[in-house]
Design a protein around this ligand. Structure first.
Ligand code: CAA
Length: 259
């Protein structure tokens, strides 16, 4: 897979997608978002891939939507009829396999919004998160005002959104925006270990867990628990359950290859 604005690597069953516009701080433009959608959907459909990692460079995950590209956009043509953001930023929300975001350096505006669309985030100690859109005269447009309060609470979210303050990796971990922090030098190695660990689990169950957790934000609790229970019951008709439980009783490691 060759792209102009992405770099692709594969480590066993883990596919790594790297945002790659170094001269523009990985600012997210149409081409990059089209390519990202293409790569995500290809890996989601590839039986050799169980987990996808989305990352940037050591310096920057992404510094937001491409301000140079959108500065002259108009409401009448480009944003509303053209469905800016909606047209190609949200492919990631339709990916069924786990997507782990790995953030080093700046993760701002649309970059932070894209990161928050990942299933969970692992940060380098160099990471800096913020939503500075107000400073360029707009509201966030890819879910920042919605996913940030859900992730870190209203007070912190309002603070970041209204003041443009950036938070570092430690504060991001403390507030629940990221799940783990590692030194910048080793973050990718550690993240790949995490991804590989998930990739060794049954991919079908990983997909079901992801689906269930996402229902927590859409459904009332009783309905969502019923939704989860259906997957749990159905699990007893799958080879993954037979292998997992037999391996436990036989005191050996399970082998979920192909499950
Ligand atoms: N769009 C386009 N180009 C960008 C960019 C962006 N979001 N962020 C950085 N760049 C470009 C700069 O213009 C600069 O290009 P030139 O070398 O051609 O001048 C290059 O990347 C390097 O940037 P800086 O010189 O500014 O680097 P720095 O180290 O001094 O600062 C930074 C880094 C703090 C990330 C700073 O670049 C910055 O504040 N960027 C903008 C952040 C921002 O406002 N993001 C929100 C965008 S709006 C949005 O995302 C809408 C939405 O919700 C969907």
């Amino acid at each position: 897979m060759q792209y102009a604005d992405l770099l692709i690597e594969q480590h066993g069953k883990v596919a790594v997608i790297r945002l790659n516009r170094p001269k523009a701080m990985n600012a997210l433009n149409d081409n990059m978002m089209n390519e990202l959608g293409d790569a995500l959907h290809k890996f989601d459909a590839d039986p050799a891939v169980n987990v996808i990692v989305l990352t940037g460079s050591e310096k920057v995950f992404a510094a937001g939507a491409d301000i140079a590209a959108m500065a002259n956009y108009t409401y009448a043509v480009d944003t509303y009829p053209g469905n800016y953001i909606g047209r190609n930023w949200e492919h990631i929300l339709n990916i069924r396999k786990p997507v782990i975001g790995v953030v080093s350096g700046y993760c701002l505006g649309g970059g932070c919004e894209l990161a928050m669309m990942c299933d969970f985030l692992i940060a380098a100690d160099s990471a800096k998160f913020g939503q500075p859109e107000i400073k360029v005269g707009v509201t966030p447009g890819a879910g920042g005002t919605q996913r940030l309060p859900r992730a870190i609470g209203k007070a912190k979210a309002m603070d970041l959104l209204l003041t443009t303050r950036m938070i570092d990796a430690a504060e991001a971990e403390r507030t629940g925006l990221v799940s783990r922090v590692y030194p910048a030098e080793s973050v990718m190695e550690e993240a790949l270990k995490v991804a590989q660990g998930i990739a060794d689990m049954p991919v079908s169950v990983a997909m079901q867990i992801k689906d269930c957790v996402n229902q927590a934000y859409q459904m009332p609790l009783t309905e969502a628990v019923r939704y989860e229970r259906r997957y749990f019951h159905a699990g007893f008709g799958t080879p993954a359950q037979k292998e997992g439980m037999s391996a436990f009783l036989e005191k050996r490691q399970p082998n979920f290859e192909g499950l």
